[in-house]
Design a protein around this ligand. Structure first.
Ligand code: NAD
Length: 285
């Protein structure tokens, strides 16, 4: 069994990014983070993104807005960032407070600055396999991990546990584009364990601590790859969706939490900002 560490996957991406940043001369790729309020989860995500981005030479600007901001005011403030030529990419923390419209913002964001695939234009590009768009960072990070391990997804049975618009669903599109056979499981799936029996790759993205257990992997075989996207906190300690200690000895590869997918996600985010800056400055795709 091999524990696949996110830091090893991210290293290759960082090397490429640094070359690209050098080619930009005096222009510093800049990420604008739009945060409403100061939820602990958002602050912790922001800290991780900032650390990764700054470590490769990106600039990060945070635009913090009050939690009770009205829709009209929010749209106005968001458009200022959207239209700011010194901001190459935008990350908006979601879910938004209930009184604000997600759909509104998804349609307003400039698709060229949409670093985490909020815009329906980027989502359509993802579904169509058009690589000129920005795919959601976490599913892209999962694909980078699969590539790092050296797995050819063609013909592989891939079980994705979770079908959200930000992780599970787009990840299925990326896998299908590689000719994998995808099975999506979610909260209403009756036979998740049975579907896992023939899996070559299992990706847990449900947000349920310890959801994937021995029973999910014992028939899948020693070559099975288990990628844990989940980020949960139990008794103040971060953990994933996989019961690591009982699953790890039974599989070929596994990602830990912390230290797995999260760091790769932040690096993919930074790489999107570099791509956006290259596009703004040089007209690259
Ligand atoms: P979400 O709540 O939007 O979706 C959860 C999905 O899991 C849904 O499809 C739901 O049907 C399914 N699900 C819930 N309980 C289940 C169960 N018992 N059995 C099977 N399926 C079940 O969550 P999300 O935004 O997709 O995030 C999922 C997890 O990934 C969370 O823990 C989140 O914190 C984490 N996450 C990690 C990263 C990263 O970079 N590592 C990025 C984004 C999200």
């Amino acid at each position: 069994m091999t524990i696949v560490k996110g830091v090893e996957v991210a290293e290759g991406l960082k090397q490429q990014m640094m070359k690209d940043i050098e080619s930009l001369g005096d222009v510093k790729p800049t990420l604008g983070i739009v945060r409403i309020g100061a939820k602990p989860g958002d602050l912790s995500y922001e800290k991780g993104v900032r650390k990764t981005a700054e470590s490769v030479g990106l600039e990060v600007k945070t635009f913090e807005l009050p939690e009770d901001i009205a829709q009209e005011e929010f749209d106005k403030e968001f458009m200022k960032v959207n239209d700011d030529p010194t901001v190459h990419g935008i990350l908006l923390f979601r879910p938004l407070p209930a009184h604000l419209s997600d759909a509104n913002i998804s349609r307003m964001i400039n698709p060229d600055k949409d670093m985490d695939c909020m815009s329906p234009i980027n989502f359509a590009k993802l579904a169509m396999g058009d690589e000129s768009g920005y795919y959601p960072c976490t599913p892209e990070a999962v694909m980078k991990i699969v590539d790092h391990i050296g797995i050819d997804c063609q013909g592989k049975n891939v079980v994705i546990i979770g079908h959200s618009l930000v992780v599970g669903r787009p990840l299925g599109y990326l896998m299908i584009a590689r000719n994998a056979s995808v099975s999506w499981c979610h909260v209403f799936t009756k036979d998740t364990i049975k579907r896992c029996e023939d899996a070559d790759i299992i990706i847990a993205a449900a947000g349920v601590p310890g959801l994937v257990k021995r029973a999910h992997v014992e028939k899948a075989g020693k070559d099975c790859v288990v990628i844990d996207v989940g980020i949960n906190f139990v008794d103040g300690k971060m953990c994933g969706d996989v019961a690591f200690d009982e699953v790890a000895p039974l599989v070929g590869y596994i990602t830990p939490v912390p230290g797995g997918v999260g760091g790769v996600t932040n690096t993919v985010m930074a790489s999107h900002v570099v791509r956006a800056a290259l596009k703004a400055v040089k007209g690259n795709k």
